[in-house]
Design a protein around this ligand. Structure first.
Ligand SMILES: O=P(O)(O)O[C@@H]1C[C@H](O)[C@@H](CO)O1
Length: 298
């Protein structure tokens, strides 16, 4: 018979407050930096980390209780460094549900960010563009998400609630900070990408398969603009523990609900688009980081 403890393990709830504090303390011993901003780099977006200076690199496998990244394009290390002079904590590689990790484990690093002292989360991802106006290489600022896995009873906050992180029933209205969204649109204009910039609704599916035509048709009716396999559980966890969130999707492929397609999504192409858009994405993130840093000082 399955015991309560087995359930806790199965659902990734081995990440108690004490364990997460142990991880955070371990990290704080390995770096002098005390960042307020945590960044998660999505598929193909990892090279943004190359812009960090005076950095401390901490491989996931050297951190107690940390999982490893198993997906190509996700290096698997934490980087504490300066992005254009602002200290940040950056995940170069994230954890996905399809890798076999429970959602609470996938989003565990967000709680570690919180315990390290981060007040803000910037999450990025590669996603398929379902909105017919989107082009490959566009950026979709996330204004909202649909937590379909949560609808199906799979949520990173499931299980006993530890109120040191947040309330039992957190509010998800305005999960994505509208002031940061507005700022990102201004920055988009400043750097001349306003024609490639959208705001929209993201959905995280379990993956690892891409979607069927029938699924894409359904998601369009639901008002989804971009389809991916991450971020929602990370943002849910961040909002629960009171972090301010900003997130965007790089549109790496088009999700066309048709059976007559010459091209279908492919992971290698998805990784490649991130590399192609590296300088724009770095510029956007760096300017957002600078803005948040300035706001925090006021
Ligand atoms: O980590 P993200 O959400 O950026 O990765 C997306 C979803 C899959 O992991 C992968 C598919 O190529 O890219």
């Amino acid at each position: 018979m399955t015991s309560f403890n087995d359930c806790k393990l199965n659902f990734g709830r081995m990440y108690t407050y004490d364990i997460l504090q142990e991880i955070a303390n371990h990290l704080l011993e390995r770096t002098q930096l005390r960042p307020k901003i945590g960044i998660i780099l999505g598929t193909g977006l990892g090279s943004l980390a190359n812009q960090l200076t005076d950095a401390d690199y901490i491989d996931y496998q050297t951190i107690p209780h940390f999982p490893v990244s198993t997906v190509e394009g996700h290096v698997g290390r934490l980087i504490f460094g300066f992005l254009k002079g602002v200290p940040v904590m950056c995940m170069q590689g994230r954890f996905h549900y399809y890798e076999g990790y429970p959602l609470a484990k996938c989003s565990m690093p967000v709680r570690v960010m919180k315990l390290v002292g981060c007040t803000h989360l910037i999450a990025t991802n590669a996603a398929g563009g379902l909105n017919p106006e989107y082009k490959v290489g566009d950026i979709m600022l996330m204004k909202d998400h649909i937590n379909i896995m949560g609808f199906a009873g799979n949520n990173p906050l499931q299980g006993p609630n530890d109120s040191r992180f947040g309330p039992r029933f957190p509010n998800m209205v305005n999960a994505y900070d509208w002031k940061l969204l507005k700022k990102a649109k201004e920055i988009g204009k400043d750097i001349g990408i306003e024609n490639d910039l959208h705001e929209g609704v993201y959905i995280c599916l379990g993956g690892p398969n891409f979607e069927t035509v029938a699924e894409l048709k359904m998601l369009r009716i639901w008002g989804v603009d971009a389809v991916g396999m991450s971020t929602v559980h990370e943002v849910t966890t961040a909002v629960h523990c009171g972090m301010t969130c900003f997130a965007f999707s790089l549109i790496t492929n088009l999700c066309v609900p048709s059976y007559d397609l010459e091209e279908t999504p492919c992971h290698d192409d998805i990784v490649g688009i991130g590399k192609r858009r590296e300088s724009t994405l770095t510029d956007l993130v760096a300017r957002m980081v600078k803005h948040i840093h300035t706001e925090l000082k006021q």
